[in-house]
Design a protein. Sequence first.
Length: 235
Amino acid sequence: MSALFGVTDLTVRFGRVTALDDVSLRALPGEVTAIVGGDGAGKSTLLRVLADRVRADAGTIRTLDRTRFGYQPATSGVWPTLTVEENLEFVGRSYGMPATSIRTRSAELLDRAGLSTARHRLGHALSGGMRQKLGFVLAILHDPELVLLDEPSTGVDPVSRVELWRLISATARSTTADGHPTTVVMATTYLDEAQRAASVLALDAGRMLASGTPDEIIAAVPGTIARLDDPDAVP
C-alpha cells in the first residue's frame, strides 16, 4: 500500500507565538496537495515540519527521511554563485548519486524545464522564473517519493507559472524508479493554483480554515460572489 503523508493535530510554537494550532493535513500519493494562505498563515512552517527542519510541540507527523523527499524552500534553493550545472552536481553528490546518474537525470530534467541552454549560467544571472524552475529541478533530482514545495511560483511571470505548474503536475503523475507514486505538497498564495490541486488545506494565522477538494471548499463557503463592473458604483 502506498504511503500517506501529512500531519494530525499538529501544534508548533516559537516561544510565545503559536505558528500552527491543531492543524491536520493528508497528502495522497499521485496527487498535488496545496496549502494556501497569506503571509504568516503557517504554510512554510508546516512544510518545514514535514522536511524535519522544525520540531513539533504536539501532534503526529508522517513523512520520510531526507534521502526520500525533496524540498524546495521559498528562496528557490539555488546557489547564486554556482552555474546551473554546478548546482545540479552539488545537490546530486549531496544525495550520494553516481556521477553518471547525475548527468543523465540532469539532462532529462533541464530539457523538461526548458533550461538546457542555461546550464553554464550562474544562479544569480537567471530570471526569476528560470531560478524557480531550477529550484524545482534540484528538489526532484534524486527521484524522491515526497516533494515539498514552498511557494514555488511566487514572483514568477505568468508564462513561467504555467510551465512550472506543468512540471509539478507531471511529477505528481509519475512514479519513482522503485515504483512508488510521487506525492507533491506545495504552499501557495494563489487561489487559482490551489484550485488545480487535488486537495487543499486553507490556513490563516496558524489555524485551519478549511480542508478538502477545491469544490468542497467552495461549496462550504457561505454567500455569493458578484462582479462589480464599475468600481466606483455603490451597490
